[in-house]
Ligand binder design. Structure first.
Ligand code: F6P
Length: 364
C-alpha cells in the first residue's frame, strides 16, 4: 500500500453546500501534495462537472490560503437531478432513462484522474457508490448541516448552523420580551430535528417541534398560556422545517415529483397562525432558511473538515475505494459509502429529549 500508482487525483463537492467544504478541499489539496506528491484538480459542479466537457481546475497551494474561513464551496455543487441517468428518446418516440455510469467512469479515466474524493451527503454517496461498482476509484467525505447521517457522530457544518440559529433565537428572545410576543423560529431539518433540538435547548425555547415527534398543537398553546398566566408573557418556539402534526403532513413550498425532492417550507407560518388563534399573544414568525448554510465555518467545523479531508487522502493511498471517512467517538474511521444513507434521527424517548422535557420544554 501507499498509492504508488497514483499521480493525480480529483475532488468534487455534491449536494447542498455546508460550511467547511472549502476546508475539506484545502486539506485534500495540501495533504495530497505535501505527503504524497500528487497533483490535485478540482471538478466543478459535482458529478455533473464530469459530463459537461469542462476541464478540472488545478488546485495550486497558492489558492489554498484563504479557504479555511470561507463558507460555501469554491467548486460549486448541484443538489438536483441524477447525473447517472440520461433521458434518451427511443425510436418509438418514448423517452427512456439510460444508465450512463460507464460514460462517467470513462470520463474520469480520460481526465487521467487516478482517484476522486467526493464530498457530499447521502445522495452524493449513493452516486459515488454506484460509480465504484462500475470501476471508479472514489472515496467519500460526509457532509450535511442537518447532522443526520447515522455512521458518523457528527458532520461539519452542523456546529456553524446551530451557532447561527442560536444567535437568531437569542436575538428573537430580546425583542419577544420587549413586546410580550410569541416568536416562532423555523430552522432547517428535513428528516431530523437535530438543529431544532440543539438550538431550542441552547436558546431557551419553550417548545421545539421536530419531524421525529408528530406534534399536537394544543400542547404548545397550553404551554404558552400557562407561562403567560404565571407572568412569563413572551415565548419562544423552534420548529424544524420537516415537522408535522399528528394528524397531518409536512408543509411544502413546492411538492417534489419523480427524482425531484420537494422543497419543504411553510410550517413556521402555519404554526404561527394557529398560535395567534389559540393564545392571547401576538405572534411573529422568522424563517431562518439558507442563512444556516452560509458564512464562515466555526473553528470546530474547520477542524473536523480538515480531519476528514486529510483522512480521505490517506484512504486513497490505501486504495480503499467505496469507503467514506467518519467520526465515531474521537476516532476517525472509514465506513462503506452505500451505508451512508442510513438516517440518524432524534430518539423521541432518548436522554436528550427527556432532558429537554425535564427543563419544561414541550414537543407538542
Ligand atoms: O440537507 C440540508 C438542507 O439544508 C435541508 O435541511 C434542506 O431541506 C435542504 O438542504 C434545502 O436545500 P436547497 O438548497 O435545495 O434549498
Amino acid at each position: 500500500m501507499g498509492g504508488d500508482d497514483i499521480k493525480r487525483i480529483g475532488i468534487l463537492t455534491g449536494g447542498g453546500d455546508a460550511p467547511g467544504l472549502n476546508a475539506v478541499i484545502r486539506a485534500v489539496a495540501l495533504t495530497a501534495r505535501n505527503r504524497y506528491g500528487w497533483e490535485v484538480v478540482g471538478i466543478r459542479q459535482g458529478f455533473d462537472g464530469l459530463l459537461n466537457g469542462a476541464l478540472p481546475q488545478p488546485m495550486a497551494s497558492i489558492d489554498m490560503y484563504d479557504l479555511l474561513a470561507r463558507g460555501g464551496t469554491i467548486l460549486g455543487a448541484v443538489n438536483r437531478g441524477n447525473p447517472l441517468v440520461r433521458a434518451v428518446e427511443q425510436p418509438d418516440g418514448t423517452v427512456a432513462q439510460v444508465d450512463i455510469s460507464d460514460e462517467i467512469v470513462g470520463r474520469i479515466n480520460a481526465l487521467a484522474l487516478d482517484a476522486v474524493v467526493a464530498a457530499g451527503g447521502d445522495g452524493t454517496m449513493a452516486i459515488a457508490h454506484q460509480l465504484v461498482q462500475h470501476g471508479a476509484r472514489i472515496v467519500g467525505v460526509p457532509k450535511t448541516i442537518d447532522n443526520d447521517l447515522d455512521l458518523t457522530d457528527v458532520t461539519f457544518g452542523f456546529d456553524t448552523a446551530i451557532l447561527t440559529a442560536t444567535e437568531a433565537l437569542d436575538k428573537l428572545q430580546t425583542t419577544a420580551e420587549s413586546h410580550d410576543r410569541v416568536m416562532v423560529l423555523e430552522v432547517m431539518g428535513r428528516n431530523s430535528g437535530w438543529i431544532a433540538l440543539k438550538t431550542g435547548v441552547a436558546g431557551g425555547a419553550d417548545a421545539i417541534l421536530i419531524p421525529e415527534i408528530p406534534y399536537d398543537i394544543r400542547i404548545v398553546c397550553e404551554k404558552i398560556q400557562t407561562l403567560r398566566r404565571a407572568g412569563r408573557v413572551y415565548s419562544l418556539v423552534v420548529v424544524a422545517e420537516g415537522a408535522a402534526p399528528i394528524d397531518g403532513e409536512q408543509e411544502y413550498y413546492i411538492k417534489g415529483s419523480g427524482m425531484m425532492e420537494g422543497r419543504l417550507g411553510g410550517i413556521g407560518f402555519h404554526i404561527g397562525n394557529i398560535l395567534a388563534e389559540c393564545t392571547d399573544a401576538e405572534v411573529r414568525v422568522t424563517v431562518l432558511g439558507h442563512v444556516q448554510r452560509g458564512g464562515p465555518p466555526t473553528p470546530r467545523d474547520r477542524w473536523l473538515a480538515t480531519r476528514f479531508g486529510s483522512a480521505a487522502v490517506h484512504l486513497i493511498a490505501e486504495q480503499r475505494w467505496g469507503e467514506m471517512v467518519a467520526l465515531q467517538g474521537t476516532q476517525l474511521v472509514s465506513v462503506p459509502m452505500e451505508r451512508a444513507m442510513q438516517l440518524k434521527t432524534v430518539d423521541p424517548d432518548g436522554a436528550m429529549v427527556q432532558m429537554a422535557r425535564d427543563l419544561g420544554i414541550v414537543f407538542g
